[in-house]
Design a protein around this ligand. Structure first.
Ligand code: GLP
Length: 261
């Protein structure tokens, strides 16, 4: 794992955006896995700024969002469809037929999930998965559990996850956050050729340390990233405070593009 430590959340988002821009420039038709959440907001702001400056061309990219709340219509203020429209899709040159999100409102969610996996497989899988991390170590909506589900599935959300999401489109009423979500599975995410994990803020410091240097366990789903061969973890100073100074598993850098090896 490569770890980039940046001074602030803004510079961390900017470093993550540079890595995304690198993928956009390097791969002819890149397939991106996209996150939602507060951490992703400055990342999308940085990508939109680069797009406006002529430095990020999404015309040939294809995107797959990691997850969506079960039961929510695409235009619900708390849906990830809404989040993505507001923070990215309305501001860059991504044709709607190149963006994919699981539809939370579908009746037959098994068919929806199979369709999603099939479409992603037809396009060769993810070139780059961009992830945030939940306070309990979840990635996408793969919540801590004795066992995880490899492919896209319907997930029951932990009460803490519902609380953490209540501010975005649910008027801080956590009971209104759906109890379930559709989520890309851990195997689908780990099949991505490259993974970027972005985490910022002191509240993430403890789970970041557990995920990066603790045991690999389904009780901390993000810890499974330790077995992936190409993960770049982008942190601000606050999120990095609990990491050991030296760890054989981590290659730390202060800033900039990680060296290839
Ligand atoms: C949400 C999303 C995750 C996201 C995480 C962190 O529940 N499903 O994909 O990475 O929680 O969110 P935040 O960035 O708001 O802390």
């Amino acid at each position: 794992m490569q770890v980039l430590k940046l001074p602030s959340a803004t510079t961390a988002a900017s470093a993550a955006a540079d890595l995304v821009v690198d993928t956009l420039g390097r791969i002819a038709a890149p397939v991106l896995g996209l996150p939602t959440g507060r951490t992703a907001v400055p990342l999308y702001e940085a990508l939109v700024a680069r797009h406006r400056a002529g430095q990020a061309d999404f015309a040939r990219a294809v995107t797959f969002n990691l997850d969506e709340f079960a039961g929510l219509a695409a235009d619900h203020p708390g849906s990830y469809h809404t989040f993505m429209r507001e923070h990215l899709f309305e501001h860059v040159n991504l044709a709607p037929d190149r963006t994919h999100l699981l539809r939370g409102r579908v009746k037959d969610w098994r068919a929806e999930m199979a369709r999603y996996e099939r479409r992603l497989a037809d396009l060769g899988g993810l070139d780059l998965a961009i992830l945030g991390i939940g306070l309990n170590g979840h990635i996408a909506f793969n919540e801590p559990a004795p066992a995880l589900i490899a492919r896209t599935h319907r997930a029951r959300l932990a009460p803490s996850t519902r609380r953490a999401n209540a501010a975005s489109g649910f008027n801080h009423r956590w009971q209104e956050v759906p109890t379930h979500a559709l989520s890309m599975g851990i195997g689908t995410i780990l099949s991505a050729r490259r993974v970027i994990l972005l985490a910022t803020g002191a509240h993430k410091a403890s789970i970041v340390a557990r995920a990066l240097t603790g045991p690999v366990t389904t009780r901390v789903p993000a810890s499974l990233l330790q077995v992936h061969p190409d993960v770049v973890v982008v942190l601000d100073r606050a999120a990095a405070t609990r990491l050991p100074r030296r760890s054989p598993a981590l290659r730390s850098r202060g800033a900039g593009t990680p060296a290839a090896d």
